[in-house]
Ligand binder design. Structure first.
Ligand SMILES: Cc1cc2nc3c(=O)[nH]c(=O)nc-3n(C[C@H](O)[C@H](O)[C@H](O)COP(=O)(O)OP(=O)(O)OC[C@H]3O[C@@H](n4cnc5c(N)ncnc54)[C@H](O)[C@@H]3O)c2cc1C
Length: 392
């Protein structure tokens, strides 16, 4: 009978970060298994992400998670090197800019206070300041922008996953290519998982790191109220012959975003809330680019009037429909099943902090570094929603 102390279901960025932080903690001496159905990671959220990192959140804990994420990826070689090859995630520290019209100013100001109180490297640029710093930006309708000038930008999501995974494996973590199709629960405990291959594996603690499939995993354990839905998001790569000097990741007041990607740019926009159905397919709707995004981009950056779409992809947010924030920790009725779910489009940058946090819950039964109690599942029953306002 195969048995592990910890079984992590899902081996992309969240699962692999958790595996690394557990395996590298001298206080944890158990055996760790990561079960991943697709080691190519072709369709997981992580690989299809826009790779952004910022400190402009409305909740202090999200800011702190990203601050830790930034410091971790800046020192990634020191943390995750395991052989002679240097480890990098190509961090482009170009900054992150949220733009606001007059209507958006109260929220921008309030978030700014929260961010500066948490020590975030952000500043508010008024209309003249925006024009001076980014002369390629159309600013007539803008009041100001929140500019994350350091520890912000974008990096390669797949490289981060592979760096965590390779290091975790070098520390003795076992990775298994298989799909979890059953979770056996007796009372308040999970005893074992069943795999597509027919194998049964027993464990002490189980971690749900299944991204947009998290609710399906929870259902296998008889938990039918994990509010994580799979929501489709498009990303478009386009070419523009005009360079935009010092271009950060820019979020327009409409919610549309763009950033450089090598010589080109990527962009995207979440749909309106009432037009955002649950979805697991990867079909593209090119009209989103032609009819929705391009007009916004061309209005915001006159040089984007002349652009050419080069390619595109669809990915899925693990969207927490209750308050668009992470769900971390055990379910109150199933004490050895820990969620690391529901990141609602900002999980990549949180992966180092969340992996560390989950490893603390497993090893010590409580948080030791950042207190992330605000993300506990219990908040839903207690009606203590913890809404994140800056969801891109
Ligand atoms: C278009 C897009 C843009 C984004 N942009 C950003 C951004 O700019 N910044 C940011 O921070 N975040 C961003 N995100 C969100 C971020 O990518 C995710 O929050 C993060 O990658 C979640 O990682 P994860 O490991 O939880 O999930 P995933 O990457 O989805 O991994 C889950 C893994 O679980 C595996 N799995 C599922 N079910 C099973 C099973 N039954 N058995 C075995 N394995 C299973 C899957 O194969 C998968 O590999 C974006 C996401 C998308 C889709």
């Amino acid at each position: 009978m195969e048995t592990y102390d910890v079984i992590i279901i899902g081996g992309a960025v969240m699962g692999s970060s958790t595996a690394y932080f557990l395996a590298s903690n001298p206080d944890f001496t158990g055996k760790i298994l990561v079960v991943e159905k697709d080691p190519t990671y072709a369709q997981c959220s992580t690989s299809l992400s826009a790779g952004g990192i910022r400190q402009q959140f409305s909740n202090t804990e999200n800011i702190q998670l990203s601050q830790f994420g930034a410091s971790f990826i800046k020192n990634i070689d020191a943390h995750l090197r395991f052989d002679d090859d240097p480890v990098t995630v190509d961090f482009m520290e170009n900054g992150y800019l949220f733009l606001a019209t007059e209507k958006g100013m109260p929220v921008l100001q309030k978030n700014h206070e929260t961010q500066t109180a948490a020590g975030a490297k952000v500043q508010i640029l008024d209309q003249a300041g925006l024009k001076e710093k980014f002369d390629w930006l159309h600013t007539d309708d803008l009041c100001a922008g929140s500019y994350g000038f350091a520890d912000a930008g974008w990096f390669d999501p797949h490289c981060l996953t592979m760096a965590f995974k390779n290091k975790a494996k070098s520390l003795g973590v076992t990775y298994l290519k298989d799909k979890v199709v059953g979770i056996q629960r007796t009372g308040q405990k999970i005893s074992h998982i069943t795999l597509e291959s027919g194998e049964t594996i027993y464990g002490g603690t189980f971690v749900n790191a299944a991204g947009p499939k998290a609710a399906r995993l929870a259902e296998m354990a008889g938990i039918n109220d994990l509010p994580v839905h799979s929501r489709k998001r498009f990303v478009f790569l386009f070419k523009c012959n005009t360079r935009l000097p010092d271009c950060p990741l820019v979020v327009d007041p409409t919610g549309a975003y763009f950033r450089p990607e090598g010589e080109n740019y990527i962009c995207g926009k979440s749909p309106d809330e009432n037009n955002d159905p649950d979805c697991e397919d990867f079909f593209m709707d090119y009209s989103v680019f032609e009819e929705q995004l391009w007009p916004i981009l061309a209005e915001r950056v006159p040089a984007f009037d002349a652009i050419k779409r080069i390619s595109s992809w669809a990915g899925h947010y693990a969207y927490n429909v209750k308050d668009q924030n992470a769900i971390i920790g055990a379910h109150p009725e199933v004490t050895n099943f820990i969620f690391a779910n529901g990141f609602s489009g900002h999980g990549l940058q949180q992966a180092p902090g969340v992996g560390r946090a989950v490893s603390e819950l497993v090893t010590y039964g409580k948080y030791r570094t950042l207190d992330l109690t605000c993300f506990a599942f219990e908040r839903f029953a207690a009606n203590r929603l913890y809404k994140e306002l800056n969801v891109v």
